[in-house]
Design a protein around this ligand. Sequence first.
Ligand SMILES: [Zn+2]
Length: 199
Amino acid sequence: MKNPPALERLVEALRCLPGVGPKSALRMTYHLLQRDREGANTLSQALDNALQVVSHCDLCNNFSEQTVCPLCASSKRDGSLLCVVEMPTDFMMLEQTQAYPGLYFVLMGRLSPLDGVGPREIHLDKLIKRAQDGLVQEVILATNYTVEGEATAHYISELLRVRGIKVSRIARGLPMGGEIEHVDSGTLAQAMMERRGIA
Ligand SMILES: [Zn+2]
């Protein structure tokens, strides 16, 4: 006995999600088709809509429905500070601290040669261009204190320094191997305030 082809296609499609193997994809498929067709419909529409309207901000590279996102467009932010983070979750954590007045650049990843993630995949050309807009005075590297986050920070600091751009790194209030996403906002605010220049 085989499942109908359309059902099998859904199982296959669900496997694009991280950590979803054949068994859980099959379980999800049965759930959607048997127990929650309304949820499945909402999911399908939300996915379709998000794919159509969500892209990346021209300036900060974060997800955005506009060419320039509301934060980058805000006149209330300090355009002389540019904070580089790995993921949108890190950006949200830093925003929650309310300790940082500047703008951001979201890499959407970290350098990880073994996984095929190089400078191009984390949009470093876009970052270099962004940092040289004439307004940015300091680039603050707020990548994670993990091996890959540190390597990414080091790589970016070299690229910026040869172009005469001032670079700093958020302080290690974060534990070794610390991921920004899992740090409380007091510690993170402290790390931002105690950032140090990279000589
Ligand atoms: Zn933006």
